[in-house]
Ligand binder design. Structure first.
Ligand code: GAP
Length: 513
């Protein structure tokens, strides 16, 4: 099945099974805004718990914070967002559709890369075991031609972005003959800058309302609280502050479901270090964060680092963790060495001294910062995409199964009485009332047992138990494993200890310890 079709299926599965709904669905939705349903909110909360515990519980020197979304407007002047948090946009006059000029060009670069990959795949098939990929890439005429075009375009694009040369961006789009996917024409407007921050007003008009912004990142809430946390927590460098919260960006191109949203959630951690040590910490956080992802068992080959060539003016290193989604490798998380830029800017704009007194050297300095920043929604999407499977069974049927890591699954255990009579529902409720204190259980009695298993497979429930007539005599139930579909008879009083280890976050966290 084409990857595009797989993705469409995942999107409709998310809606059908209560994971993600379009916002204001009865009004036909709102662009790039989504609601999480009864199963989605559980999965999302589990992802957040996995991240929070890995940061705050497993590190003695990382503490949490929950800063407000609204902040003093000067914060965004100091951080540079008012002046520079822009995307270059371009309109097609025929379709009246708006695009990000940089995205149009990046897609063109990706087309050259796809062409090369296709040539390589074709040759690999033709030559089989004797295929020498490196030699093929270095010598094949068609590959070399596509590579040269890709490299030249990439260079021209990087130069234009570095200089924020909007005319040159438009010229690249014209020279590459990029057409609007809707109208198919090249009738483009000039490229303009567009600030991504949402504005609103605080205070009544009579008192003199002032413009404030919905935060476009949670990080600034951490920077402005650096002194508060460091002093009240008596924190010693190096230390980190972690935060999970909503962020808002008026994205021009809203596509790919929850990959790019206008209201989304971030999990960010700012790690404050002694100047000069930041690049060692940057390296170490890259590995720590990669290990966090890999512990989920989605296959190490599905992750890669993308080290930034073009660095923001305040950064001295930056790298993305990319994950293979149905539409290619995409950024899920950013790790940035942000120097002392943010703290220095806030010191300048607030007039406050924002420094650290180092008791070991008896000197004061502005700490440097390593940031790890991951989108909850992108993480959610990567978990869904990797877990969704249409499995062909031996009997010729197909089942849809979400192979979610058990610790992230919305429901850990479904409790199913075989029939709705003979005291089986009562027995099942007895088990539920005991186990619900340990993990999320779901009781279901409607439909045949086969249909109920399928429904649980589709929402990723790792275990089901069936309460049957024998249960009333022997106090045992049939335990079914989602992935293998194997069934075994187990005593009810062993269920808690048997399952807790498999479904709790603790076992996942132990893998990264
Ligand atoms: N404080 C740094 C920062 O915000 P970023 O690379 O702009 O850096 C970090 O964003 C992460 O936030 C991204 O890797 C992505 O996972 C998520 N993210 C950014 N924009 C998003 C959007 N419009 N929709 C969903 N997630 C987004």
């Amino acid at each position: 099945m084409a990857q595009e079709d797989v993705f469409k299926k995942i999107v409709s599965h998310c809606k059908e099974y209560g994971f993600v709904f379009p916002s204001s669905d009865i009004y036909d939705g709102l662009g790039a805004v989504y609601d999480y349903g009864q199963n989605g909110v559980e999965l999302k909360n589990n992802i957040k718990q996995y991240w929070w515990k890995s940061m705050v519980l497993l590190h003695e020197n990382i503490v949490g914070l929950d800063a407000a979304i609204f902040m003093h407007p000067t914060v965004w002047k100091a951080s540079g967002h008012v002046d520079a948090f822009n995307d270059p946009l371009i309109d097609n006059r025929d379709s009246k559709k708006r695009y990000r000029a940089d995205v149009l060009i990046e897609e063109q670069i990706a087309k050259y890369e796809e062409k090369i990959d296709k040539e390589v795949a074709k040759a690999a098939k033709r030559f089989g075991d004797n295929f020498d990929e490196a030699q093929f890439r270095a010598t094949n005429g068609r590959v070399l031609e596509a590579q040269a075009k890709r490299d030249a375009l990439h260079q021209r694009y990087s130069d234009a972005m570095n200089a924020m040369d909007l005319d040159e961006l438009k010229q690249i789009i014209l020279d590459e003959e990029i057409v609007c996917p809707i109208s198919g024409t090249r009738n483009w407007t000039d490229v303009r800058q567009f600030n991504l921050m949402f504005k609103t007003e605080v205070g009544s008009t009579a008192e003199g309302a002032s413009t404030i912004y919905l935060r476009p990142e949670t990080a600034q809430g951490i920077f402005v609280n650096y002194l508060n946390v460091q002093k009240t927590g008596r924190m010693k460098l190096p230390f980190g502050i972690a935060q999970i919260g909503k962020a808002f960006r008026n994205e021009i191109v809203a596509r790919q479901f929850i990959f790019r949203m206008r209201e989304f959630e971030q999990m960010e951690m700012q790690f404050f270090v002694k100047p000069g040590t930041e690049l060692d910490w940057f390296k170490s956080w890259k590995q720590t964060r990669l290990a966090w992802h890999q512990a989920l068992g989605f296959g190490n080959e599905n992750y890669r680092f993308h080290d930034h060539e073009k660095l923001a003016h305040y950064a001295n290193a930056a790298s993305d963790i990319e994950f293979r989604l149905p539409f290619g490798f995409k950024e899920i998380e950013g790790i940035h060495s942000r120097t002392n830029y943010d703290l220095s800017q806030h010191a300048k704009f607030s007039g406050r001294k924002i420094e650290y007194f180092d008791p070991e050297t008896n000197e004061s300095y502005t700490p440097y910062v390593i940031e790890t920043s991951i989108g909850v929604d992108r993480m959610f999407l990567s978990v869904m995409c990797h877990s969704y499977e249409e499995e062909k069974l031996d009997n010729g049927e197909t089942r849809v199964v979400l192979r979610l890591p058990a610790a992230l699954a919305p429901v850990k255990l479904a409790i199913l009485p075989l029939v709705k009579k003979d005291g089986l529902p009562e027995k099942a409720h007895e088990i539920l009332n005991d186990l619900k204190f340990h993990f999320n259980c779901k009781y279901e009695e409607k439909d045949s047992i086969g249909k109920r298993y399928r429904r649980q497979d589709a929402i990723g429930t790792p275990y089901c138990i069936t309460v049957d007539h024998d249960t009333l005599k022997d106090n045992c139930v049939t335990l079914r494993d989602r992935d293998t579909m194997k069934q075994e008879r187990v005593p009810i009083d062993s269920l808690c200890s048997l399952l807790e280890d498999k479904v709790s976050l603790t076992s996942l966290l132990k893998k990264i310890q």
